[in-house]
Ligand binder design. Sequence first.
Ligand SMILES: [Zn+2]
Length: 343
Amino acid sequence: MSQSLFAILLNTIISATSVTNDTYLIKQADFLTSQNPNCEAVLYHSPEIDTPILQEYIEAYTFSCEYFDDIQPMEIWLTANNESAAAQLRQRWCDHRLRTDSSFRESYCRDSQIGVYLNNYVHWYSVDWRPGIDEHHQVNLADQHTLESDGAESTMAHEFFHAYQYSHLDLNIYQTWESRDLNMGRSEDASKPWHSEGSASFFGSYLAERMGSEDALRHYLAYYIDPNGGNCQDLINEAFSLWDLGFDTRNNCGYGLGAWAITFLISKHSIDDYLAFYDDLNPYGFFEAWSKNFGRTVDDFDVDFREWFLSTSEEVKFETVSGVIDRERERWASNKKAPRKGL
Ligand SMILES: [Zn+2]
């Protein structure tokens, strides 16, 4: 679930990189698009994935796009979850890039981020940071719909939200990896995910719930404070800071506790307020935009969250979750732009 090319350079993926004949690659059967003309991502997939499953993914994409906004150009690469299928799709991706992107080089093919058990988002653009030159948003998914009942929905919404995040950072302003990470609410070295992943995880489960998966957000959050689950509550003591959480913190607690923090933030404001905050990232930067939108500094919020978490019972915590869901349901119903499907 990494979010930038910087992150992908840290990963080593072995893949075939030779260019092959295109005839097989462009056959119509191996991609599909949404029926909504305002959400026209192309979903490229392993040929062996069945149509109903593809439909589930494309519907989850369409729902997410209708909810957050149309983000273009958007490509979705969905591989069957086995190495041979992933290798084929990587090859197809590589050939596609070489055919369509003027600045793409064969040596970049190893950075596809398409693979078994890999779900992530990558914002691709030319190596010299020129916006619009070979720029595209790419969601990579491994078909794991059988592992979780809302796996297709929550994973698609999670990764789509990363596209929402990165589409709000102007490449003319943020021209380095470090500045982009910092202004997405991560540390400069991209190692602290509480904000970037916590929010994506919140929306992954929240939208899965809107798509019909009952109590998805509650179940997601409950797992991380369950002694038999993520067991992350033990990490929070009087000295705790959200910035202590890393991608390498045990049991993905950076994701789970980050999602608790975003739930707490939204309970004090609203989803609309939280999404509007992203509009201020370019003129103000992450930290000033936070203070401007939420009335507290990020440091103050960090303390607020710790104190709230330590001083409330589980019952009160879940009342907060229910409060967000109930309030946003009313908002949802009254929002003229609300998607046509779901609660
Ligand atoms: Zn993620």
